[in-house]
Write a protein that binds this ligand. Structure first.
Ligand SMILES: Cc1cc2nc3c(=O)[nH]c(=O)nc-3n(C[C@H](O)[C@H](O)[C@H](O)COP(=O)(O)OP(=O)(O)OC[C@H]3O[C@@H](n4cnc5c(N)ncnc54)[C@H](O)[C@@H]3O)c2cc1C
Length: 412
């Protein structure tokens, strides 16, 4: 969304936090770790795994993204269904304020009802309210076994109905329910011949696939039995058409490679496409997708929706590619019109125009159509109170509704 990219004025100061990379405290009795904001997410995952704990935030960028950026964007990822997003995984923050003071909120408490929750203000604020320098993060028991499979569905309605069954039957062991359209698998088959697809994307009657994972502290055999039992029930109920299960760790990783790497790689081969990161209620996803696809195809015959995402969180990455044979760069001339079609449907379905990627600069102008005047006014007043001179990440999130002449002058 461009939240970390300066405006073109040439007058911005960039702050690099990569030297703030210490793990300050690992408290296994409290199930918390306190890390500095420049720590790379994957390093935090490894450090906690080494002491037998799980830090569950997990996403495709984990080898390079930092805790500061994860909290700045309130990152989601593939395990939100079970563990929540970055906000839910954070117990406390250390922040440098606009006045240059340090607020230390790293107490690691699970209960603390002593007034306004400053932590939640800073998380997801995309660097516009202060600079996060450290965080106390919540840890979980390390699962002993994970089991994954790729399930085929005739339609999204069946996938949503099976998600509901899976939630009931797997309960807290269900850690991921990722949806991928059959068209996306066909795109990978076409553009990434070096990747061996685990299923034939041309399978008759199959329009969607779901990558399901359960994780448990019991044995692998136990997890496998529960998994196959629930999938068998899905087949019996007529919800699941077909399923392949990962019988080894290598096969499990292959399924995740498909989800986290191959989709982007297959799209990149063709050049740009029009991207959206939206959410609606899980129950409304089938009608939302039907409606948007129909409108897009009416207006741009032959365009190819590339849809995948975190069905368990109601979050779709809804990209639109040029019709077969049409130049991808040429197709981008319709970007704004395509955004309008998708985002108007999001508004009608009372969804969100940015489920997990934030507002940055790319979606600043959209906020006005998707937030009420009261909400925008409250946000503006928070910005004015915490950053009266508009020093932090100017032009991001709120700029168009931010009139500098109205900014409160600090009395300090
Ligand atoms: C391949 C790939 C897959 C991804 N998959 C997912 C996914 O599944 N789910 C998801 O939610 N996201 C996903 N993302 C987006 C990802 O969450 C963000 O790119 C990442 O969290 C940002 O971290 P960063 O260190 O790169 O931050 P940057 O890009 O440097 O910054 C991101 C924002 O946070 C602010 N910020 C950075 N550091 C601080 C700080 N210390 N204090 C205050 N504000 C700060 C910046 O100003 C900026 O607005 C993906 C990205 C990629 C490239």
């Amino acid at each position: 969304m461009g939240g970390g990219t300066p405006d073109p004025s040439g007058r911005s100061v960039l702050i690099q936090l990569s030297r703030l990379r210490r793990i300050r405290d690992m408290d296994t009795d409290n199930d918390t770790v306190t890390v500095e904001a420049g720590c790379v997410l994957q390093d935090v995952q490894s450090a906690t795994r080494a002491v037998g704990r799980l830090f569950p935030l997990s996403l495709g960028a984990e080898g390079s993204c930092t805790i500061g950026g994860n909290l700045g964007t309130n990152a989601g990822g593939t395990q939100v269904l079970r563990y929540g997003n970055a906000r839910e995984l954070t117990l406390g923050l250390e922040v440098v304020t606009a006045e240059g003071e340090i607020w230390n909120g790293l107490r690691g408490l699970r209960k603390d009802n002593t007034g306004y929750d400053l932590r939640d203000l800073y998380i997801g604020s995309e660097g516009t309210l202060g600079i996060i320098t450290a965080a106390t993060l919540r840890l979980y028991p390390l699962p002993q076994a994970s089991y994954a499979g790729l399930l085929a569905f005739a339609g999204l309605a069946e996938a949503v109905a099976f998600l509901s069954v899976a939630r009931q039957r797997f309960s807290a062991t269900l850690t991921a329910f990722e949806i991928i359209s059959a068209e996306v698998l066909r795109l990978i088959g076409q553009n990434r011949p070096q990747f061996s697809l685990p299923v034939n994307p041309g399978e008759a009657g199959v329009a969607w696939y779901a990558l399901l994972e359960i994780s448990d502290t019991h044995s692998h055999q136990n997890v496998r039995n529960v998994f196959t039992d629930v999938v068998a029930q899905g087949v019996e109920d007529g919800l699941v058409i077909d399923a392949i299960v990962a019988e080894s760790e290598a096969q499990r990783q292959h399924l995740w490679l498909l989800r986290e790497h191959e989709i982007s790689a297959a799209q990149n081969v063709e050049g740009p496409n029009v991207k959206h990161d939206v959410s609606v209620r899980i129950s409304q996803i089938p009608s939302f997708v039907d409606e948007v696809v129909e409108r897009l195809r009416e207006r741009f015959p032959g365009c190819r929706p590339v849809i995948f995402g975190h069905l368990g969180d109601g979050n779709l990455h809804f990209n639109v590619s040029a019709p077969e044979g049409q130049d991808a760069h040429d197709f981008m001339q319709w970007e704004q019109e395509i955004h309008d079609i998708v985002h108007e449907a999001v508004r009608v379905f009372s969804g969100s125009i940015s489920a997990e990627h934030g507002i940055g600069q790319a979606k600043v102008s959209l906020l006005r159509n998707h937030k009420s005047a009261v909400e925008l006014d409250l946000m503006l007043r928070i910005k004015q109170a915490l950053d009266p001179h508009n020093l932090f990440n100017p032009g991001k999130v709120l700029q168009p509704v931010l009139d500098k002449s109205q900014m409160i002058v600090s009395t300090r």
